[in-house]
Write a protein that binds this ligand. Structure first.
Ligand SMILES: *[C@@H]1O[C@H](CO)[C@@H](O)[C@H](O)[C@H]1NC(C)=O
Ligand SMILES: *[C@@H]1O[C@H](CO)[C@@H](O)[C@H](O)[C@H]1NC(C)=O
Ligand SMILES: *[C@@H]1O[C@H](CO)[C@@H](O)[C@H](O)[C@H]1NC(C)=O
Ligand SMILES: *[C@@H]1O[C@H](CO)[C@@H](O)[C@H](O)[C@H]1NC(C)=O
Ligand SMILES: *[C@@H]1O[C@H](CO)[C@@H](O)[C@H](O)[C@H]1NC(C)=O
Ligand SMILES: *[C@@H]1O[C@H](CO)[C@@H](O)[C@H](O)[C@H]1NC(C)=O
Ligand SMILES: *[C@@H]1O[C@H](CO)[C@@H](O)[C@H](O)[C@H]1NC(C)=O
Ligand SMILES: *[C@@H]1O[C@H](CO)[C@@H](O)[C@H](O)[C@H]1NC(C)=O
Ligand SMILES: *[C@@H]1O[C@H](CO)[C@@H](O)[C@H](O)[C@H]1NC(C)=O
Ligand SMILES: *[C@@H]1O[C@H](CO)[C@@H](O)[C@H](O)[C@H]1NC(C)=O
Ligand SMILES: *[C@@H]1O[C@H](CO)[C@@H](O)[C@H](O)[C@H]1NC(C)=O
Ligand SMILES: *[C@@H]1O[C@H](CO)[C@@H](O)[C@H](O)[C@H]1NC(C)=O
Length: 553
């Protein structure tokens, strides 16, 4: 008996293994043992606790930091950041340890106290990995000699060497063969100069930024360097740097190829003169967000006159003050697609002349002290996709003419003093995804016609003075994810058809005058929502009513 049972059991195991292999689930044996071999060098092994040679942990694709392609079962990603004990001595790495992972696409060795490689086992060994696209070596101690070993890694797209021991003058001739390289981050080193870098198109100074969307051929360094020879430069990013702007701008003004200039979050030394921008005739993207600099009206005039190609202008949180009169100059930028002037101290009303900026797709004027009515000139911006005018002191009602802004997808007008009914004009905005009109003084009812805005995913009308019943037409908004109508004066009961809104995750109806049996109808609705979508149980119930009393009413 016992004997035959044992045979049966081993057959079962055999079948399972075969099935497993056929599905290609789990990792390859040679990759598993290569990982176990690697583990010996990573002594901060709290992270690698489940990297063990044990039948219960056979599938190394499930190990911490390992990611496999789930059809081939091959390791494609190794995340070994901060896996060596920093107190242990510097590590001279043997790059051959990674060559068994033939399909590897991404290797992360950030902050492992690596001083370089052992002789004849350098990073050139990784050239056998034809799919390697991402190599992150930040916060180690690689020195300039690393460049001579990288030449063969032709599949590489992103290489980061942030915070290593690169210094002096760097000749990165070794990298010329990396024809697929899109991003090279060498910031936070001690680089003085780059040799033979005429081909560079994007340059990033300063801290680590996420610029993956705009980089072609990018280099990031942290010190002011000789810029004279970067005549092909298309983009210059001064991220969190502290550069002498009055010296820098004239010296780069001669780069007629420059299209992208960002000074995001930089501390500029010296005075910023509008005149310095006169020459940037081809500039398409100018980001001066979070740059504490006094920009005045003459700046706008010069920018408006000189930069006719400008598509993106950000002056978010840039100390624009009440003296900056927007309509002088700014409105001449008729090709501008995105304008960010939020988080400043702008006063007065939104200028009429905005009507002339008919290419505008995004306008952010939030968090200022704008007053007055919402200018009907806005309604001429028929390409506008996103409009942020929240956190101002705007009064009056939402204009009817909003109906003409048929491209609008996001409208945020919360935290103002807007009154009147919710404009029927809104009901024509069939692309509207998010509507925030909370913390205003809107009265009247939640318009039934909102049922026409069938793209709506988020509706926040809380903290107003809305009255009447909650219309069942809300149930037409089948894409609705979040609905906040708390802190109003709504009456009646909750329409049970809300249970049909299968995307709804947050429903806040608290602090209204809903009918007395609201709790039982709420319970009923909740049960219906739950039974329709049992798996959302955890998400739904705690957020079902989550509001507190509005502070400003
Ligand atoms: C997994 O590998 C197969 C075969 O090489 C490939 O076609 C597929 O794109 C890979 N999947 C992922 C998510 O990389
Ligand atoms: C394979 O991986 C992809 C992306 O990681 C995931 O979306 C997909 O569901 C996985 N397929 C299987 C069969 O596990
Ligand atoms: C580097 O690792 C490979 C593969 O494990 C091994 O064959 C080789 O001997 C190692 N070289 C040194 C110098 O340790
Ligand atoms: C640079 O790193 C290599 C190891 O990759 C080492 O042999 C060499 O001594 C280092 N050079 C300096 C100047 O520290
Ligand atoms: C670069 O650093 C090394 C030590 O790591 C030093 O010997 C060398 O003089 C430095 N070179 C420059 C140009 O600063
Ligand atoms: C960088 O930005 C891209 C697109 O903008 C995004 O997909 C990616 O997740 C970001 N990466 C990081 C590390 O933030
Ligand atoms: C600029 O390039 C010229 C030759 O093309 C070279 O002589 C000069 O040294 C370079 N200047 C800098 C600052 O690299
Ligand atoms: C604007 O600033 C520049 C220098 O920063 C100054 O020369 C100019 O007079 C100012 N213009 C106005 C209208 O304040
Ligand atoms: C729009 O531009 C035209 C011509 O530049 C100008 O005459 C008109 O006054 C501008 N409109 C507004 C509303 O500023
Ligand atoms: C919408 O635009 C048209 C033509 O530009 C105009 O005639 C109409 O009055 C506008 N509608 C509203 C509601 O402003
Ligand atoms: C809502 O849409 C219907 C059909 O598209 C249309 O007849 C009706 O006028 C719209 N209602 C409002 C208030 O826009
Ligand atoms: C949900 O929708 C279906 C079909 O549209 C309808 O028959 C049903 O009455 C709705 N449920 C509720 C509670 O309104």
């Amino acid at each position: 008996m016992c004997g035959s049972k044992r045979v049966w059991v081993s057959e079962l195991i055999f079948i399972l293994l075969v099935v497993k292999g056929w599905w290609s689930e789990g990792c390859l044996e040679q990759e598993r043992s290569a990982l176990l071999q690697l583990k010996r060098f990573f002594n901060g092994d709290l992270r690698l606790q489940n990297w063990v040679d044990d039948e219960y942990y056979l599938d190394c694709c499930l190990w911490e930091g390992v990611e496999c392609n789930n059809t081939t079962g091959r390791v494609i990603k190794l995340d070994l950041a901060q896996t060596r004990n920093w107190e242990s001595e510097e590590w001279y790495m043997n790059a051959s340890l990674f060559t068994p992972f033939q399909q590897l696409e991404s290797l992360d060795l950030i902050e492992n106290n690596i001083a370089g490689c052992v002789e004849n086992e350098g990073l050139e060994k990784l050239s056998r990995l034809n799919n390697l696209k991402f190599l992150h070596l930040d916060y180690n101690s690689f020195n300039n000699s690393i460049f001579s070993s990288l030449g063969g890694l032709s599949s590489l797209r992103h290489l980061s060497l942030f915070g290593n021991r690169l210094n002096g003058s760097i000749d990165i001739k070794g990298l010329e063969s990396l024809s697929n390289l899109e991003e090279l981050d060498m910031s936070d080193n001690a680089i003085d100069n780059l040799v033979r870098f005429e081909e560079v198109e994007y340059l990033l100074f300063g801290g680590k930024g996420n610029c993956s969307d705009i980089w072609k051929q990018g280099v990031a360094i942290n010190k002011e360097i000789q810029l004279h020879n970067f005549t092909n430069l298309e983009g210059l990013i001064l991220y969190k740097s502290d550069l002498h702007v009055s010296q820098l701008l004239p010296s780069i003004a001669s780069f007629t190829s420059l299209k992208y200039l960002s000074m995001l979050d930089s501390v500029l030394k010296g005075a910023l003169h509008g005149q310095d921008f006169r020459k940037f005739k081809n500039l398409e993207h100018l980001d001066m967000g979070w740059v504490q600099v006094n920009v005045n009206t003459s700046f706008f005039q010069i920018v408006g006159k000189s930069m006719s190609s400008l598509k993106f202008l950000s002056l978010t949180s840039s100390s624009l003050n009440k003296n900056a009169i927007l309509d002088q100059g700014l409105c001449q930028l008729v090709h501008l697609q995105e304008l960010y002037i939020g988080r400043n101290d702008l006063r007065g009303s939104l200028p009429w002349c905005l009507a002339n900026m008919t290419s505008l797709q995004v306008l952010d004027a939030s968090s200022n002290q704008l007053t007055g009515n919402i200018s009907p000139g806005l309604c001429e911006l028929v390409l506008l996709r996103e409009l942020y005018i929240d956190y101002n002191d705007l009064r009056g009602s939402l204009p009817w003419c909003l109906a003409n802004m048929t491209s609008l997808q996001v409208l945020n007008a919360s935290y103002n003093q807007l009154t009147g009914n919710i404009s029927p004009g809104l009901c024509e905005l069939v692309l509207l995804r998010e509507l925030y009109i909370d913390y205003n003084d809107f009265g009247g009812s939640l318009r039934w016609c909102l049922a026409n805005t069938t793209s709506l995913q988020v509706l926040d009308a809380s903290c107003n003075q809305l009255i009447g019943n909650i219309s069942p037409s809300l149930c037409e908004l089948v894409l609705l994810r979040e609905l906040y109508i708390d802190n109003n004066d709504l009456r009646g009961s909750l329409p049970l058809c809300l249970a049909n809104l299968t995307s709804l995750r947050v429903l806040d109806v608290s602090y209204n005058q809903l009918s007395e049996n609201i709790s039982s109808s709420l319970m009923h609705l909740m049960l219906m929502l739950k039974s329709a979508r049992p798996w959302t149980d955890q998400i739904l119930s705690p957020t079902f009513m989550l509001s507190t009393v509005c502070s400003n009413h």
